[in-house]
Design a protein around this ligand. Structure first.
Ligand code: FES
Length: 280
């Protein structure tokens, strides 16, 4: 989808923004859902305390023994898991496949959830498709990228992954999308490709850890740490880079939903294109 920007009030993705405001990434929705149960539990505790008083039983003992059932469980993980990525057809995703099928010219979005089920991420390959000039014009290296195994590797590292939830107000993909070269007239020096959010115009440099090119977002997109098996080239996600902020809408990237499990499968989506750069 394409369009022109004429202000936030007419943004066609107001619905998505509303969804993001109301339920950023699932956590708020869950809190809202459990509140009535907590209130009911509190009421039951008071009743229990009253009965204990009548019976002459120590309220502290009763309450202490009951509290373990009162605390709402924290949904999430205690540490970053290593999760093998699967291609859209369910087969293991390898560096060779990514190099063959995707490049920095690829318009379709490739999304996978990690580390939680409600935390989508872009998978990007910034390879030009030419072994002679593998990096895009003006780019000398790509921060925290992985590439084909080998010594020396046949190609420089070009595969990266970033959170697909905008760091401004939490608009999710595809309202935030990867824009290949030529998508919008706007460029940043020699940089002609970037992640751009159609909600309010935040733009992120995919060659430099998704640092901010334009606001209103002031933090980079969290970057997934990827790893390629040195023998098979199978790609796994194994954490977030140390400089990554929490995924927007989560106090902690590891909390707010259940983990994805041992594998996470790519899904393809069409980008939303809206060339708006109000803060540039
Ligand atoms: S949510 Fe405002 S720029 Fe993305």
């Amino acid at each position: 989808m394409t369009g022109t920007f004429d202000g936030a009030a007419s943004c066609p993705w107001t619905g998505l923004r509303g969804e993001a405001f109301d339920f950023p990434v699932g956590q708020i929705r869950r809190v809202a859902a459990v509140e009535p149960e907590v209130d009911e539990t509190k009421r039951n505790l008071l009743k229990l305390a009253a009965v204990a008083g009548v019976l002459g039983v120590g309220v502290g003992g009763v309450v202490g023994g009951t509290l373990q059932y009162v605390q709402p469980p924290t949904i999430g993980l205690s540490s970053y898991p290593t999760v093998q990525l699967l291609d859209v057809d369910g087969t293991p995703l390898t560096v060779d496949k990514v190099e063959a099928e995707y490049s920095y010219l690829t318009g379709d979005l490739l999304l996978f959830n990690y580390p939680l089920r409600n935390e989508p991420n872009f998978l990007l390959n910034l390879y030009t498709g030419s072994a002679g000039s593998p990096l895009p014009p003006g780019v000398s290296s790509i921060l925290n990228a992985i590439g084909p195994p080998g010594s020396p590797p046949p190609l420089p590292p070009t595969i990266v992954a970033f959170s697909a939830i905008c760091q401004h107000l939490g608009c999710p993909a595809p309202a935030i999308s990867y824009y290949p070269p030529g998508t919008c007239p706007k460029t940043f020096g020699s940089l002609t490709f970037y992640i751009h959010c159609s909600c309010h115009g935040s733009t992120y440099d995919v060659t430099n850890g998704a640092s901010n090119l334009t606001g209103p977002a002031v933090l980079p997109l969290p970057q997934v740490v990827l790893e390629a098996d040195p023998t098979t080239g199978i790609i796994s996600a194994k954490g977030m880079t140390p400089s990554s902020p929490p995924v927007k809408g989560h106090l902690n990237t590891l909390q707010g939903d259940y983990g994805v499990g041992s594998t996470s499968e790519l899904a393809k989506e069409s980008p939303v294109i809206l060339c708006s750069f109000p803060s540039s």
